[in-house]
Design a protein around this ligand. Structure first.
Ligand code: GAP
Length: 444
């Protein structure tokens, strides 16, 4: 993980939030390459979800009526048990003590559960994970609102608005990508558990009785999505929530887990939420959220199958999965270790990099021309600094799938070399066929 965190900073993927002030725990900033990878990831999800005729998109507000969170159960149940160490004052999730380290510098390297066994912890108390703020100038209890801890509720409360506006019939879904906030007691493992993060959630509304069939359908679709974007199958697995561990709203739930360097961890949940959410919002708002089935002339509350992916966690899983260290030959025939990010071409922030082999003989002008022609179609990068071998290595680390080099042969036959990031094999391609060639290779 340390190597990956360091690479993400060096290459401009992820920076610590407010770094010059010492950082803000649980918050991260996405740099120039990171924001591209994040956008590509969201675009892939958005296409997979909303470029079908049974799913509509939505972008709901982060701040919602406070009653939403009473209806959803978050005010009452969205809590973690928290304990304080009486000696060092460090705060822990009571259910995660086993993995936590003691916060007292005098006990550096000591596991926190040792303190627990020595009786140094306070009794566990409930801590609500929602961030509170106020609307308007009065900071009193009547003005309290919450930063949403999940995007799902913005979908539930808009169910009938979307259905009526889009004239969808059941089964159909609503998809949303957006920020969510949780005041996690302990943030950890880079982007894995943060206080501000992004989710990609889709709620699929179905007729009761057909819910398990759709649950299985969405489980298959969602696992396939990660695999199609290049994630190694052996690094993915399902985790079933046993009956005693099911959330209060769920009839069945599975997590897609990825094997991170620190452990297996959930990147997406697929849940059968039954009619819990719509029924609760009906009860708390006093408004009907029932669906009228034109064909059967029945009115009922749909069941919901939810697919809930963490954008930030998936981002990290794709980065970890793409990271490789390999032995590769240098220009003078020696071997060195190259670091390469083998991101799927559709996710890669920069699609191609263009180099003149040397900065003379008209090569930079030709390379600049290629850049100008490709730029309207693909995100490309021009680099003429340093030895070409070094330039390849920089692009390998940045995850750029193709490097185009203008060399002396270009001056004679208008071809360039195109080097494949993963195989390092170079092909000669006619300059006027470059865009077509890249489009095919990049699967765009
Ligand atoms: N609407 C259901 C829901 O929010 P969840 O399992 O609490 O379910 C869904 O969250 C996904 O959101 C998780 O699989 C994870 O990828 C992501 N996620 C949750 N908490 C997170 C955190 N503190 N930091 C980063 N990602 C988080």
């Amino acid at each position: 993980m340390e190597k990956i965190v360091s690479l993400t900073k060096r290459r401009g993927y992820v920076f610590q939030s407010s770094e010059i002030y010492g950082g803000l725990n649980g918050c991260w900033d996405y740099g120039p390459l990171g924001v591209e990878l994040l956008r590509n990831l969201k675009e892939e999800w958005w296409r997979a979800m909303t470029y079908r005729n049974d799913i509509e998109g939505i972008d709901a507000a982060i701040l919602m009526h406070p009653r939403v969170w009473e209806a959803s159960g978050h005010v009452e149940n969205f809590t973690d048990p928290m304990v304080d160490c009486k000696e060092c004052k460090a705060r822990f999730r009571a259910d995660q003590i086993e993995d936590a380290m003691c916060g007292n510098p005098a006990y550096k390297g000591k596991k926190a559960h040792k303190c627990a066994s020595e009786g140094k912890f306070t009794e566990a108390r409930k801590f609500n994970l929602m961030f509170k703020t106020f609307v308007g100038p009065m900071e009193d209890s009547t003005a309290v609102v919450y930063l949403r801890p999940e995007t799902a509720q913005g979908i539930f409360v808009n169910f009938l608005n979307v259905q009526a506006a889009s004239r969808q019939k059941l089964p159909f879904g609503i998809a949303q990508i957006g920020k969510a906030f949780r005041n996690e007691i302990n943030t950890k493992n880079f982007l894995f558990r943060t206080r501000e993060f992004e989710q990609m959630e889709m709620q699929y509304f179905v007729r009761p009785g057909t819910d398990m069939q759709w649950f299985e359908y969405w489980r298959e679709q969602r696992m396939q999505w990660f695999v199609e974007l290049g994630m190694r199958k052996e690094k993915l697995r399902w985790h079933k929530h046993e009956a005693h561990a099911l959330a209060h709203y769920a009839k069945d739930a599975y997590d897609i887990e990825y094997e991170f360097p620190f452990d297996w961890g959930e990147i997406e949940g697929v849940h059968n939420r039954t009619d819990f959410d719509l029924s609760r919002h009906e009860e708390f708002s006093g408004k009907s959220l029932k669906y009228f089935d034109d064909e059967t002339k029945e009115k009922y509350t749909p069941f919901i199958i939810e697919t809930s992916a963490g954008t930030s966690r998936s981002f990290m899983a794709f980065l970890v999965d793409a990271y490789a260290e390999e032995e590769a030959p240098t220009a003078d025939g020696k071997m060195e270790t190259r670091v390469v990010l083998k991101l799927h071409p559709r996710l890669a922030p920069t699609k191609a990099s263009i180099f003149p082999l040397v900065n003379r003989d008209g090569m930079p002008e030709i390379a600049k021309n290629i850049e100008k022609e490709l730029r309207p179609h693909l995100r490309v990068f021009y680099d003429d600094s340093g030895a070409v071998g070094r330039r390849y290595r920089r692009q390998d680390e940045a995850g750029t799938p193709y490097c185009i080099t203008v060399d002396s042969q270009t001056l004679q036959d208008q071809t360039v070399t195109v080097r494949d990031r993963d195989t390092m094999v170079q092909e000669r391609v006619a300059m006027d066929k470059l865009l077509e060639y890249l489009r095919t290779k990049l699967i765009m």
